[in-house]
Write a protein that binds this ligand. Structure first.
Ligand SMILES: Nc1nc2c(ncn2[C@@H]2O[C@@H]3COP(=O)(O)O[C@H]4[C@@H](O)[C@H](n5cnc6c(=O)[nH]c(N)nc65)O[C@@H]4COP(=O)(O)O[C@H]3[C@H]2O)c(=O)[nH]1
Length: 512
C-alpha cells in the first residue's frame, strides 16, 4: 500500500512539474508579448510628441515672422490659416506684451487677458510651456480641457493632451514629460506615472520608459498591468492554461501507466513462477562436420492471460528480484522431466542449461550436484554461463571446479560480448566456448567481428575447448564456420527453439 502511494505521488509530482513548467513557459511568452505591446505604445506616443513639436515650430515660427503689431482681420486670418493646417493645435492666441488680445476661437477680445507664468522655458527656442489640467476655452466654456499651452514670441497655441490618440494605445496608464536638468514637467497622460515607474513601484515587465531621439527632453512612460494584459487576452490565456493542464494531467497518467506496467510485469513474473506461466523450449545443436544432432539448448518462454513476455523482458526482472535460483530450479524440474520422456534421445545427448552468473557467486550452483534428476539423467548436462565479472573471483573458480568434479560440463556463453574474455579462458576450467551470434551475423558483411573468428579458434585449440557458434541462419555462415574448425552450430538454419512435443517430432525426423 505504502509502495503504491509512493508511486502515485511520483505520478502526481510529475504532472505538477509539467504543469508548472508549462505555466513558466506561458509566463515567459506573455512577458515577451507584454514588452512588445509596451514598446509599441511608447513608440506610438513619442511619434506623436515629435509631430506635435514639429507642428508647434511650423505654426509659431512663421506667425512671428509676420511681425504683427496688433490683432486685426489680417492677423486673425493668418492665425486661422495656420490652425486650419494643424493636427494637434486647437486654438492660437496673439499677445501684445503680456496681454492676450485675440484668439482664433474667440476673435478679438474686448479686454486683454494676462498671460500666466509658464511651467518651464525652453531656452534654446525661447519657448514657454504650461500644462493646464482644466482649461475653459472661450469657445468651449461648457467643458474643461486638459491642455498644453506653448508660447513663443507674440503667439501662443493650445494643444489637447489627449491628442496622442489614446485609443490606439493598449495601456491606459501613460505619461509624457518634459525632462530638464532640474525637474520633470508633466505634459500629457496620467500625472505621476513616470516617477512611479522610475521608483520601481510596479511588477516586472509591465512598464517601459523611452525618450525621443529627435527631442531628447521629451520622454514617455507606459504602464500596462499584467491584469489588464490578461483581461485583454483572456481567451488565449484560458486556452493555453487548459492545454498546460492537459499536458500535466496526461504526463501524470503516462507516468502512472508506466509505473503500473512495471509493477504488473513484476507481479506477473512472481505469480507466473508459482502458477506455471513459464515454459521451456529446446533449440537443436548440430555437429557441423557430420550434420547430426548432438544436443539442445533450453530456452525459457513466458505466457500468461495478459500475453507473452520475452527473455530480454523477464530475465532482468528475475535477476533484479533475486528470483534466479527459484527460476533455475523450476527450469531443471520441468525440462529434465520433459526431455527424459523423449525416449529416442540417445545416451550422451548434451543438454545446455543457462545458469545466472550471480548464482555461481552466491554458491547456489553447489546445490546442482544434489539434484538427483540431473545427476541420474542419461544426458550430459552442460551449464551455460555468460561471461561476467562474477566469474573472475576465486570463489567462482572453486565452485566451477566442484561442478566439473561432479560431472557437469561448463560452457562460456556469448563469448566475445562480455567481461575480459582472455583472462576467463586462461583461468576457468571450462569445456566449451560459445561464439556469440553477433560474430556469426557479421560474416555476411565481412565485418571486424567475423574476421576475429580464426583468432577465437586458435584459443579454442590452445585450451582444448569445444566450440559452438550460435545464430547460424544461412548455408554461407555454416560453410565459413565449418572451414574455421568450429565444432558445433546452433541457429534457425537447424531449427528455432521449440516446445517439448515439437522437439520430439523434430528428433524423430532425425537419425542419430
Ligand atoms: N536471430 C537469431 N537468434 C537466434 C538464432 N538461434 C538462436 N537464437 C536466439 O539466441 C538466443 C540464444 O540464447 P543465449 O545466448 O543463451 O541468450 C539467452 C539467455 O541468456 C537468456 N535465457 C533464455 N532462457 C533462459 C533460461 O532459461 N535461463 C537463463 N538463465 N537465461 C535464459 O535469454 C537470452 C535470450 O534468449 P532468447 O530470446 O530465447 O534467444 C536465444 C535464441 O532464441 C538465430 O539463428 N537467429
Amino acid at each position: 500500500m505504502e509502495k503504491y502511494q509512493k508511486k502515485s505521488i511520483i505520478a502526481v509530482l510529475t504532472g505538477v512539474l509539467v504543469f508548472i513548467t508549462g505555466c513558466l513557459i506561458l509566463l515567459y511568452f506573455a512577458a515577451q508579448e507584454l514588452i512588445t505591446q509596451i514598446n509599441a505604445d511608447t513608440k506610438h506616443i513619442l511619434k506623436h510628441v515629435d509631430s506635435a513639436v514639429l507642428e508647434r515650430r511650423s505654426v509659431l515660427t512663421p506667425l512671428n515672422k509676420f511681425g504683427f503689431k496688433q490683432c486685426n482681420e489680417t492677423t486673425l486670418l493668418e492665425m486661422r490659416r495656420a490652425l486650419f493646417d494643424s493636427q494637434y493645435v486647437i486654438d492660437i492666441g496673439f499677445f501684445i506684451g503680456n496681454q492676450l488680445m485675440c484668439t482664433t476661437g474667440a476673435g478679438l477680445l474686448s479686454s486683454g487677458i494676462n498671460d500666466l507664468e509658464p511651467d518651464y522655458i525652453r531656452k534654446d527656442e525661447d519657448v514657454r510651456v504650461r500644462f493646464e489640467p482644466q482649461l475653459y476655452l472661450l469657445l468651449f466654456t461648457g467643458r474643461p480641457m486638459e491642455v498644453v499651452i506653448v508660447r513663443q514670441g507674440n503667439f501662443n497655441l493650445i494643444m489637447e493632451s489627449k491628442a496622442f490618440n489614446s485609443a490606439s494605445i493598449g495601456s491606459k496608464n501613460w505619461e509624457v514629460v518634459y525632462r530638464d536638468s532640474e525637474e520633470l514637467h508633466h505634459l500629457a497622460g496620467t500625472k505621476g506615472t513616470y516617477s512611479k515607474i522610475s521608483g520601481d513601484s510596479y511588477l516586472p515587465y509591465e512598464t517601459g520608459v523611452a525618450c525621443s531621439t529627435e527631442n531628447e527632453n521629451y520622454c514617455a512612460a507606459v504602464h500596462l498591468p499584467w491584469s489588464q494584459f490578461f483581461s485583454n487576452n483572456h481567451f488565449l490565456l484560458i486556452i493555453s492554461l487548459i492545454l498546460t493542464c492537459l499536458a500535466g494531467v496526461s504526463s501524470a497518467l503516462m507516468v502512472n501507466a508506466r509505473i503500473a506496467a512495471r509493477r504488473s510485469i513484476n507481479q506477473r513474473i512472481r505469480k507466473g513462477l508459482k502458477k506455471g506461466s513459464f515454459y521451456w523450449t529446446y533449440q537443436p545443436i548440430i555437429c557441423l562436420q557430420s550434420g547430426k544432432l548432438i544436443g539442445c539448448e533450453v530456452l525459457a518462454r513466458f505466457e500468461d492471460k495478459y500475453g507473452v513476455l520475452f527473455p530480454d523482458e523477464f530475465i532482468p526482472v528475475i535477476r533484479k528480484n533475486n528470483l534466479t535460483w527459484t527460476f533455475t530450479e523450476a527450469m531443471i524440474a520441468t525440462t529434465i522431466k520433459e526431455l527424459t520422456s523423449i525416449e529416442v534421445l540417445p545416451e550422451g545427448f548434451k543438454v545446455s542449461l543457462n545458469i545466472f552468473p550471480c548464482d555461481v557467486e552466491l554458491g547456489n550452483v553447489l546445490l546442482l550436484p544434489q539434484i538427483t534428476e540431473l545427476t541420474n539423467s542419461r544426458f550430459i548436462i552442460c551449464l551455460e554461463i555468460t561471461e561476467d565479472e562474477y566469474l573472475d573471483t576465486s570463489i567462482a573458480h572453486a565452485h566451477f571446479r566442484t561442478l566439473v568434479e561432479s560431472g557437469f560440463n561448463l560452457s562460456l556463453d556469448d563469448f566475445g560480448t562480455g567481461y575480459s574474455n582472455l583472462r576467463n579462458l586462461q583461468n576457468l576450467s571450462f569445456h566449451q566456448l560459445k561464439i556469440d551470434r553477433t560474430f556469426v551475423q557479421d560474416i555476411a558483411t565481412e565485418g571486424l567481428k567475423a574476421s576475429m573468428i580464426p583468432n577465437i579458434m586458435e584459443l579454442v585449440h590452445k585450451f582444448n575447448y569445444t566450440c559452438v557458434a550460435e545464430g547460424i541462419e544461412t548455408t554461407e555462415q555454416e560453410a565459413i564456420l565449418k572451414t574455421a574448425g568450429v565444432h558445433y552450430g546452433q541457429g534457425w538454419k537447424y531449427g528455432k527453439p521449440m516446445t517439448a512435443s515439437k522437439f520430439k517430432n523434430y528428433i524423430t525426423s532425425q537419425h542419430f
